[in-house]
Design a protein. Structure first.
Length: 226
């Protein structure tokens, strides 16, 4: 899949690209590119934002700046271009990102992610240029770049081969294999530590019992029991 992250700070992605599962995904032929919103701005002096109509603090990223960046990247009309791909605008008031949305996005061939800064985007970016407005949680970040990396991390690790260990994606928190519930507890050596042991079933070698125990623990956690 090809992911373009539209941002005022494309350099933020440099570190992220070097992380193991991201590097694995890139080596498999997927791409993750930072696209500088300032590079194609139609305004003088690299301007990308403006004061909000109606007054108030902060600056708002202009819709014509985002439009120009998308059109330069796609060589197509920015509004029509979203018919060919998901365009995710990141904003604290958007739809809450979750594992199901990560799986949905991981099935796309093309993905554009728009990172806001300052007071965010002109609302017309959400209504006319994006297909989705997504939040990574009910708190306000200084910009969408960290949110973009959260989304990309959750999406890229779902691509076959990115983790190098496919089972980890099949049966992890919120996956269908666990009925959408949180993951069960894990243990490893030492078997005894400060008097805290390991549940007997896990060392029994009885795979059916282990599977059942894990599903039960996941269900317990889902119902708030742990
Ligand atoms: N930009 C600022 N805060 C954000 C959040 N919580 N989620 C997504 N994008 C954001």
């Amino acid at each position: 899949m090809n992911i373009d992250v539209f941002t005022l700070f494309p350099g933020w992605l440099d570190w992220f690209r070097q992380q193991r599962h991201v590097a694995n995904a890139l080596a498999l032929g997927h791409s993750l590119d930072g696209v500088d919103l300032r590079a194609t701005t139609p305004l003088k002096g690299g301007q990308v934002d403006d004061t909000p109509y109606g007054g108030g603090a902060g600056m708002v990223i202009r819709v014509d700046v985002v439009e120009a960046a998308l059109e330069a990247r796609w060589d197509a009309d920015a509004v029509e271009g979203r018919g060919d791909r998901r365009v995710v605008a990141l904003a604290p008031a958007g739809r809450q990102f979750d594992d199901a949305l990560a799986a949905e996005l991981a099935a796309e061939d093309e993905l554009a992610i728009l990172c806001g800064r300052y007071e965010g985007f002109d609302e017309r970016v959400h209504t006319h240029l994006a297909t989705d407005v997504v939040s990574i949680g009910p708190y306000v970040l200084a910009g969408g770049e960290l949110a973009a990396m959260v989304v990309c991390d959750a999406v890229l690790r779902k691509l076959p081969g990115a983790l190098g260990h496919e089972d980890s994606v099949q049966e992890e928190s919120f996956s269908p294999a666990l009925e959408g519930g949180p993951e069960y507890p894990h243990y490893t050596r030492p078997a005894q530590w400060r008097g805290a042991g390991v549940p007997e079933v896990l060392t029994s070698g009885d795979h059916a019992r282990v599977r059942d125990w894990r599903l039960q623990r996941s269900r317990e956690r889902a119902s708030g029991g742990d």
